[in-house]
Design a protein around this ligand. Sequence first.
Ligand code: ZN
Length: 513
Amino acid sequence: MVNSADTLAKLFRIDRECRHLEHALAALQWDQETNLPPKGVEDRSEQLAMLEGISHERLIAGETGRLLESLESTSENPRGDEGLPDIDRDFLRVLRRKYDKAVKLPADFVTAAARAEGLSQAAWSQARKNNDFASFLPHLETMIEFSRKKAEYWGFGGQNGDRAALYDGLLDIYEPGMPAPEIDTVFLPLRDRLVTLLKKIKLCPPPDTSFLSQPFDAERQARLNRRLMDYLGFDRRRGRLDISAHPFTTTLGSDDVRITTRYFQNNLLSGVFSVIHESGHAFYEMGFPPELRGTSLADGASMAFHESQSRFWENVIGRSRPFWEGFFPILKDGFPDQLKAVDSETFYRAVNLVKPANIRVDADEVSYALHIILRFELEKRLISGELSAEKLPEVWRQYTQEYLGLESDTDADGALQDVHWSQGSFGYFPSYALGNLYGLQIRKAILKDIPDFESHVARGDFGAIRAWLGDHVYRWGCRLAPAELLFKITGEKLSVIPFLEYIEAKYTELYGL
Ligand code: ZN
């Protein structure tokens, strides 16, 4: 007879140690992105690799597997002993999943993949700079091969080498339980409706954005963005804002969640919307309840759930008319010369300019999902072998024309523009667009409980909204699988309708369609 309280305590201790190591890694990575002098990179890479190794070892040590099994948690029955409280069973499920993902990959495979990824990313960076897809091609092929192999080790694709199912194994890393055919059911209608909407918008005169092309001093932007964080209710005793080349959020502890942004003198909006986006991620990370703290359950339900939170703040709140009614006076106070002739309505229209372009990260709310669907379609075919890596640039151009109505001029701004595939991260992209869909399903649910949502936003009073998100989203951490959590919050399965209704209504009004 096993003493389950004892066994659980041991598993929680292992998990806690791994979390501490992850947070220590996060601190070193954060420092690397924000403060590290250039020559410090080499030592830092070794430190990171060593800590990663220790953390991995700690997790996959034989003890973890034995303890999980003694509580009846197996790959087939991850939640283990039915007599245990729900929260402990959820913990077992999450730990079993982490353990399986780690232990099923042979050590020599992990080492070889890490080395190949390093080389591939370096080659990509050069190739992008030189607009030279051919030099990256062999690395891309290697990354595809490693990714297929990884999915196979995890048990996807079966003995018959079903390569389409291998892609499901990669999706499962980011969005557990969401295979490609299910994503197809929402992405196909989404693509068709957005392509139509975009065509209509293109025929309309664009809003005035001329005042945005003035210089906006970076120091002043930094001051303004700190005011913006306070305005949103970001508790700066539990986090901070710094500058990095690419904006990100990282968690160093339950009460230490850091965000970054960047400032371009000629692009005021880039800094502002990064801060709102990353604050949305940070609110999620700060909002896990006390009983989950310090455990693996204190995490987002999935990559798409995390994106649902950042995009909810960035788009649903940050790109709304009531938000700019409230915040524009503060912005204007920061830049009185540049914005003296502008009012909040003009500014609201300018931040919602729809202008399809080749680069995904600069995309507006209407074309963004099309960039994602394009990548989803292509990576699915790359993994299945239906599309050869060699043909990628050509097919990329063809899809860009079909979806966005654009001629893409270079591979650097085409198939080479994102870092993801060079790191072997296939299956990651869909979470960005799924996050938009979840976010709008969540908005629909909030509106039922807070019918005067917009007036809260206009007053800059986000307390009730954050409390609602806390009660319905944050409190679960990653206790539930994404589909289960979505159903619990909204009473609905994954649906494209709330997003389409929102986006069509908003842009029909904005552009007078
Ligand atoms: Zn994000």
